[in-house]
Design a protein around this ligand. Structure first.
Ligand code: NAP
Length: 346
């Protein structure tokens, strides 16, 4: 066994965190995961190999001061993944910003109080780097999202505020622990639970006729199992520092649709109409007003633009290598079929 002290993973029920828990257990670590309900709600965690011997689940809510005191007690390392990942919420302040920000404050305070924590690995996001691709910028860890607000891309705003809060805390309070952030792009891959993650849901939507055509949109993607590995490498590598943009590669919507068509998924309602021309992008911007508010805003800010990302820091400093996105996408779709998230067109 690697270490006697447990690794605390907040939001252990989440899509990414469940994979972190599995990977940590698989590598011989003890894990203390935080969840919001009692343990019997999480058989996908409690039935993991070695969970009976080395996984403990404790209850904690981001909004409750002191809720994480017990969770981080005696831990050398804390991985803070819990944060709402939703778009098109009713009240962005209450549903996104408050839990992200208060949760960050609460967990860091608990870590100070515990007195034993050496490092906090903070799950941030590309959302804290940018909410709008620019053709002339190759995004790295140096950029910060300065454009999101409660009205514009509130999820991205919540992630930016939370990560900033964490770095400000370190600068101002000089705690005994350091902070490393992992900033993943769109995370896809098989899910350990039936729950459908927001990013996998976007792939489901592409396959369910939600969009009128193929848009000029590209995204950075990374497999959930690679994101879990990145968190662990950031913990195991003493020299890890600062932010790590965690992206395997970018892929255009046109190539995603072509890959799915050629891989036997034509039975689903994949978009046929090619709207990826300049005129198509203009049309999509108009049609985006028929989409839910934040989805529409996302389309207007992203369509017709190319997201370019530099993942060299995480490869160089943490030795990360990434699974090809095509492989990951196909596994995601097969996994969504397994869970019954996809309905063939009639
Ligand atoms: P997820 O499956 O929705 O997990 C979110 C986790 O946060 C869940 O465990 C959830 O608990 C917990 N949570 C939400 N509100 C909470 C509250 N008030 N108190 C305590 N726990 C709360 O999302 P995910 O994709 O795994 O995301 C995990 C982290 O990665 C988030 O910080 C997200 O911003 C970040 N991220 C995700 C992606 C992506 O593409 N998936 C990309 C970049 C960054 P319940 O199960 O009880 O709801």
């Amino acid at each position: 066994m690697k270490t006697i002290t447990p690794i605390c993973v907040t939001g252990a029920s989440g899509f990414i965190a469940a994979h972190i828990v599995r990977e940590l257990l698989g590598r011989g670590y003890r894990v203390r995961g935080t969840v919001r309900k009692s343990a019997e709600h999480y058989p996908f965690l409690t039935n993991l190999p070695s969970a009976k011997e080395r996984l403990e689940l404790v209850k904690a809510d981001l909004l409750t001061a002191g809720a994480y005191d017990r969770a981080v007690e005696g831990c050398d390392y804390v991985m803070h993944t819990a944060s709402p990942y939703k778009i098109n919420v009713k009240n962005p302040l209450v549903d996104l910003v408050d839990p992200a920000l208060l949760g960050t404050k609460n967990i860091l305070k608990s870590c100070v109080q515990a007195g034993c924590v050496k490092r906090v690995i903070f799950t941030s996001s590309i959302a804290a780097i940018t909410d709008e691709p620019e053709s002339h910028t190759v995004f790295t860890e140096k950029e910060w999202n300065i454009t999101s607000s409660l009205e514009r891309q509130p999820y991205q705003y919540s992630k930016t505020l939370a990560e900033r809060k964490a770095w400000d805390f370190i600068m101002q309070k000089h705690p005994a622990f350091d902070l490393v952030s992992i900033n993943p792009v769109m995370v896809i891959g098989p899910s350990l639970s039936r729950s459908l993650n927001t990013t996998n849901a976007m792939i489901r939507d592409i396959m369910s006729g939600v969009y009128p055509g193929i848009m000029d949109l590209n995204w950075g993607f990374v497999d959930v199992r690679d994101v879990a590995k990145a968190h662990i490498l950031a913990m195991e590598n003493d020299a890890a520092s600062g932010r790590y943009l965690c992206s395997a590669e970018t892929m255009h919507m046109r190539d995603i649709v072509a890959l799915l068509k050629s891989s036997g998924f034509s039975k689903y309602a994949l978009p046929k109409l090619d709207l990826s021309s300049k005129a198509g992008s203009l049309l999509m911007k108009v049609l985006s007003f028929t989409q839910p508010r934040d989805t529409g805003m996302y389309i207007r800010l992203n369509v017709g633009r190319t997201m370019r990302l530099d993942n060299s820091k995480i490869k160089r400093e943490l030795g990360m290598s990434f699974m090809p996105v095509k492989e990951s996408l196909l596994e995601t779709v097969k996994d969504m079929e397994r869970w019954g998230h996809l309905v063939p067109k009639s």
